[in-house]
Write a new protein. Structure first.
Length: 314
């Protein structure tokens, strides 16, 4: 805060910049953590059904967030019972957030099996910021700037080039593409609802209940489509890492970041995930990428820079 010559107190000019920069940094770190999921599965969860990887990941995340919440409140007499009405919220908001993150997990893995990893990933991750922008404009009546749309579309195009440059399937599975589009819509809806929730309650509390609900929704679906899971020590270790770090810590950082930036910007910044996955694939797995993928990488970074500029102006 600064004091004017007339004695009135006005906000510091850099206060919005600092809050936005903090939110962008938190979401960017979350995106990097999300980008490690593919390498982690490659190194140890190949024998476990993708449906069970997603469902068990949600269950581990809920347990991790619950334990961290209990640890943070140790010695406190406060209750962990959810009272959303005290914050002007409805229980339906938590249901929709759980349905969003659980639906993303189910639709995403089912879509990958039908459409292929390359095409499915490009459609699911690439469509999510577009869905978020449309929902923001049509449902919340808060359209985003042309600059934001420009940066988002450039990043999405770059992400598609990165994924397809690694070798996409030439055969199109329309049901698979539809499932991947539903995955992108589910995640966009989760992000927008989650922003409202964490604006009124602690991100730890919100994520614990959201991921608990998502696990309850996803586990029966995994059992229905994949049968009994085939566990191994390496698969257990990978699922624990995915649940605690990739889902638990990363989504906690994502939720904290959403307190300072718009929901669509948070979803757009999640395109850092394929960038991190790309770097890890080259550095750790030893993959050789074609020039198209490297051009796509540059386009993603350029587009995200434009998105950040639009957010800071907003």
């Amino acid at each position: 805060m600064t004091q004017t010559s007339s004695g009135m107190v006005s906000p510091a000019p850099s206060s919005f910049f600092s809050a936005s920069a903090q939110g962008i940094a938190l979401v960017a770190i979350a995106g990097v953590l999300w980008g490690t999921s593919g390498t982690a599965q490659y190194l140890g969860a190949a024998g476990l059904s993708p449906f069970w990887v997603g469902a068990a990941q949600l269950a581990v995340a809920a347990a991790f967030l619950g334990l961290s919440l209990l640890w943070a409140r140790r010695g406190s007499t406060g209750s962990l019972v959810l009272r959303p009405r005290q914050a002007g919220l409805r229980l339906s908001s938590f249901f929709w957030a759980s349905l969003g993150i659980g639906g993303y997990s189910v639709f995403f893995y089912a879509g990958l099996q039908m459409a292929g990893v390359g095409v499915g990933t490009a459609v699911a991750i690439g469509s999510s910021p577009i869905w978020a922008g449309l929902l923001q404009a049509l449902v919340l009546r808060a359209p985003l700037s042309p600059l934001w749309w420009l940066g988002t579309l450039v990043s999405v195009a770059g992400g598609v080039a990165m994924v397809m440059g690694e070798g996409g399937s030439s055969q199109v599975s329309w049901p698979g593409l539809a499932l991947c589009l539903l995955a992108g819509l589910s995640y966009a809806g989760y992000a927008l609802v989650n922003k409202r929730l964490v604006s009124h309650m602690s991100p730890k509390v919100v994520n614990f209940y959201v991921f608990s609900g998502a696990a309850l929704l996803a586990l029966p679906v995994a059992a229905l489509y994949a049968g009994a899971p085939q566990w191994s020590l390496s698969a257990v270790l990978v699922v624990v890492y995915l649940g605690a770090v990739v889902s638990g810590i990363a989504h906690l950082l994502f939720s904290m970041g959403l307190r300072h930036i718009s929901g669509p910007t948070g979803v757009a910044l999640s395109l850092i995930e394929p960038v991190a996955a790309f770097v890890l694939a080259v550095w750790i797995v030893g993959e050789h990428q074609p020039w198209v993928a490297w051009v796509g990488l540059a386009a993603v970074l350029l587009g995200l820079w434009v998105v950040v500029k639009a957010e800071m102006r907003g």
